[in-house]
Ligand binder design. Structure first.
Ligand SMILES: Cc1cc2nc3c(=O)[nH]c(=O)nc-3n(C[C@H](O)[C@H](O)[C@H](O)COP(=O)(O)OP(=O)(O)OC[C@H]3O[C@@H](n4cnc5c(N)ncnc54)[C@H](O)[C@@H]3O)c2cc1C
Length: 780
């Protein structure tokens, strides 16, 4: 223990400078413990770091929930200089920019915007830069490692960073023996491996160079060469002579849910999945984009094509890209249901086209490549058979012969395990702890990334299983699954969750928090907004009830929502229209919930969980039957203003929030979860609801988590009556007498709440709009 503490302190200090040499020195001499450690992570790239961050999060959750801590020790072993960055984001990558939008590079699945937030906080100059340099991202990763070290210390996790090259890992009984090239060994319960990397050497500036490949890696290499002063000719060589397409600005695909429903459909019925996926993909493309893919069958001039692609990207979001981006997290699910033949055929016939379109060049990089092509320094050649003649690399392309001294292999990562020069990988294949996947990399379980007991593989070596592995957002999602499995949590199935949302303010505030939380955990929310049938008051009688309805519902529905529309403001909460626009989720306002239209929404979109948030229409038997099969449920949440007001009227010290099944047409059913929330009678009702309604969000998320991980919710206990009644006039008279109506006769607080929650930088205008509506209502 004492040695681990010494190392920890030294590591924190050393990381302050994050100098590669110094860092290497910190770990190199360190003797390894003889005790069995819980997790050994081999490789300090993004995947290794992401697994560690996720494990730390799991331990934090265990602490919060009062559970026994499952992880006491984590070692990360890296053969290179710096831990946390891997090859792609080292300090050497100063000029190269990241290839994907910064908003996809957060290392936390729940909050992919974390990197963007860090950029804004740490580097004001980069506030509006969506493609910062790779070294900047590396700086961020090193910061995260520092945080992980501090967090681990606070959690009493023995976390060590070890410098060394792992050459073998062998399962022995319950543990894996990890052997380093210098003879050091350790034993771990769980081992996580990434992929091996290689670097290329130094090249004379004026010498002509072949770059094998013309995809993103090759583009990066060409730009990096020029950036570092290369003046000689650069020949990019590829079979197709095509450059990747150019990235337009990101946008959300409004029909994203159809792609998710397609994943569910083919997972449910994998027979002929390929045909259904291809047809749906074609339909989505045809309906939404006016893309012309005919160029795929033509021979195109790279320079002219790139010019046209840049011009297109400069115009704004490119619709076919918007569809493809929306598929990013789903592709692995489509892939998993195809047969080996279908997968092989796809790779043969469409693999290269897919890469051209899917991995598009950032505009900034595309402009640099165009400049190189126009200057004639860069040339894209058709060919593949480069031959080494003893003193030069030679290629024949379109009848011309090219000879150069240097060749840079930039075909991307190597997935064929027989070609990967890694003693670790080869020894594990030989000892059959790992098995080749015929489509690349090694076999792992799709959900858990487990290769064998106690051994996990993450990153490009899982390409055959996951298809799409070379993007941070996928790496991070996979790291979360590895961490889950290590700490014994079942796989979290992505759910389709329908929120039946009432018109009241607090349910809408809850929805505004639930939508990003659900999405962050990989679920897909659908907002169904049934028409409000019981709160329509044609006159102001009874006056107090109508007044309450005006403040609690109408101002939001008739003023705030219509005032803001779908425009995005930087407010804490969003209206349903803004949520629809921001997250591209389905939002459907329906007159009658028991209609064929609503039934088909549930059926066509494979809705697993229905949650009623104060919508007061009846759920007919067709809806209830939809949620009968195992793995589905429909529940009602009694939370917010009604239970709070009732508790206050009855002089209770606590309000009761209840989550219960919907078993009959009155929405009554067995109780799943009850929470009591303290009430402060010295405060007005609004204050109490505001203080407590977040608990409703937690109750919903806890139920979602249970259904997603365990396939069912707890059996209902007793029966809860759904309070579909609104308050009576008598109820309200009591409230008025005791001064607990809303904020106690002072309307300014509810106005402030609405403005504070929704207006962002449009405070004054929204406040004025509410005042106009208020005057009109009280004048009537
Ligand atoms: C040039 C480049 C640019 C990219 N740009 C983007 C981008 O803009 N956006 C995006 O989303 N994705 C991008 N990617 C993909 C993404 O960066 C990778 O998917 C991710 O970095 C892979 O992380 P990793 O930990 O698996 O591998 P790496 O980052 O390579 O880390 C593996 C680490 O393991 C170590 N290691 C290997 N074998 C051993 C061993 N036997 N013993 C000890 N240590 C070992 C290596 O030294 C290395 O540090 C890019 C990839 C590359 C290569």
């Amino acid at each position: 223990m004492s040695s681990s503490r010494t190392l920890l302190e030294r590591t924190v200090n050393t990381l302050g400078h994050c100098d590669a040499a110094e860092y290497a020195g910190a770990g190199e001499q360190e003797a390894l413990t003889k005790e069995v450690i819980d997790v050994a992570v081999i490789g300090g790239g993004v995947c290794g770091l992401a697994v560690i961050l996720q494990l730390i999060e799991r331990v934090k959750d265990e602490r919060k929930e009062g559970k026994k801590q499952s992880i006491g020790s984590i070692y990360i072993i890296e053969k290179g200089g710096v831990i946390g960055t891997g090859l792609a984001y080292s300090e050497a990558c100063t000029g190269s920019i990241i290839d994907t939008h910064a908003s996809t590079m957060g290392p936390c699945p729940i909050n992919p915007m974390k990197f963007v937030g860090w950029l804004q906080d740490n580097n004001p100059e980069l506030r509006k830069v969506h493609f910062p340099t790779r070294s900047e991202y590396g700086r961020y990763l090193r910061e995260l490692l520092k945080e992980a070290i501090v967090d681990a210390k606070a959690l009493n996790i023995d976390f060590r960073t070890i410098h060394g090259n792992v050459i073998n890992a062998t399962r022995q009984n319950q543990t894996t023996e990890v052997v380093l090239a210098d003879g050091r060994k350790l034993h771990a319960l769980n081992v996580v491996c990434p992929w091996p990397v290689e670097k290329f050497g130094v090249i004379e500036h004026e010498a002509p160079v072949f770059i094998m490949g013309s995809r993103l890696t090759a583009i990066d290499v060409a730009n990096a060469l020029v950036e570092h002063g290369h003046t000689g000719k650069i020949y990019m060589i590829s079979r197709s002579r095509r450059l990747p397409k150019v990235q337009g600005p990101p946008a959300e695909y409004p029909y994203r849910y159809q792609l998710h429903s397609l994943a569910r459909e083919v997972e449910d019925r994998p027979v002929s999945a390929w045909i259904r996926i291809a047809c749906e993909f074609e339909d989505e493309m045809e309906d939404y984009s006016d893309a012309d893919f005919s160029e795929l069958t033509r021979d195109v001039d790279p320079l002219q094509m790139l010019k046209a692609d840049i011009a297109e990207a400069e115009k704004g979001p490119i619709r076919w890209q918007v569809v493809l981006n929306a598929m990013k997290a789903l592709v692995e699910r489509y892939w998993s249901v195809l047969t080996l033949d279908e997968k092989t055929q796809f790779l043969k016939e469409n693999g290269s086209k897919w890469m051209t379109y899917r991995h598009a060049i950032p505009l900034e990089n595309a402009r640099k490549i165009l400049a190189g092509l126009e200057k004639g320094q860069l040339v894209v050649l058709q060919g593949e058979n480069v031959k080494w003649s003893g003193d030069s690399f030679n290629l024949k392309s379109n009848g011309k012969e090219y000879r150069v001294k240097y060749l840079i292999e930039s075909l991307g990562q190597e997935y064929d395990t027989t070609h990967i020069d890694s003693p670790l990988l080869q020894s594990m294949l030989k000892s059959r702890q790992l098995a080749h996947n015929p489509l690349g990399g090694v076999d792992v379980d799709f959900n858990t990334l487990k290769a064998t007991e106690g051994l996990y593989v993450i990153g490009s070596l899982t390409k055959g299983v996951h298809f799409y592995t070379s993007a941070i957002d996928r790496n991070v999602a996979h790291a979360a699954r590895v961490a889950d499995n290590i700490v014994g949590l079942p796989f979290r199935r992505p759910l389709h969750v329908a929120l039946f949302v009432g018109t009241d303010l607090f349910s809408n505030l809850m929805v505004s928090r639930l939508v990003p939380e659900l999405l962050g955990q990989g679920h897909l929310p659908f907002l169904i907004l049934p028409a409000d049938l019981i709160h329509v008051y044609p006159t102001k009688e009874p006056y107090k009830l109508a007044e309450l309805t005006f403040w609690e519902r109408d101002v939001l529905q008739k003023v705030v929502i219509s005032f803001l529309g779908s425009s995005q403001v930087s407010s804490e909460f969003a209206t349903v229209e803004q949520l629809k626009e921001k997250y591209a989720i389905m939002v459907d306002r329906i007159e009658n919930i028991s209609s064929p239209h609503c039934h088909s929404i549930l059926k066509d979109n494979y809705i697993d969980l229905g949650i009623n948030l104060r919508s007061y229409q009846e759920f007919d038997h067709v809806i209830r039957d939809h949620f009968q099969p195992r793995g589905r449920a429909i529940v009602n949440l009694e939370a917010g203003f009604l239970p709070t007001l009732r508790a206050m009227m009855n002089g209770k010290v606590a309000a009761t929030y209840t989550l219960h099944y919907i078993d009959d047409e009155d929405s009554d059913g067995g109780i799943i979860d009850v929470q009591t929330l303290a009430i402060d009678h010295s405060q007005h009702m609004l204050w109490n609801v505001q203080n407590n309604y977040g608990k409703g969000v937690e109750m919903v998320m806890a139920a979602v988590e249970k259904l997603a991980r365990f396939g069912s919710l707890p059996a209902g206990d007793g029966v809860s009556m759904c309070s579909s009644d609104f308050l009576t006039k008598e109820d309200l008279d009591i409230c008025v007498e005791t001064g607990i109506l809303l904020e106690g006769r002072d309307r300014s607080k509810v106005k402030k709440l609405l403005v504070d929650c929704f207006s962002g930088d449009r405070k004054k205008e929204l406040g004025a709009a509410i005042e106009v509506a208020e005057l009109a209502w009280y004048d009537m």
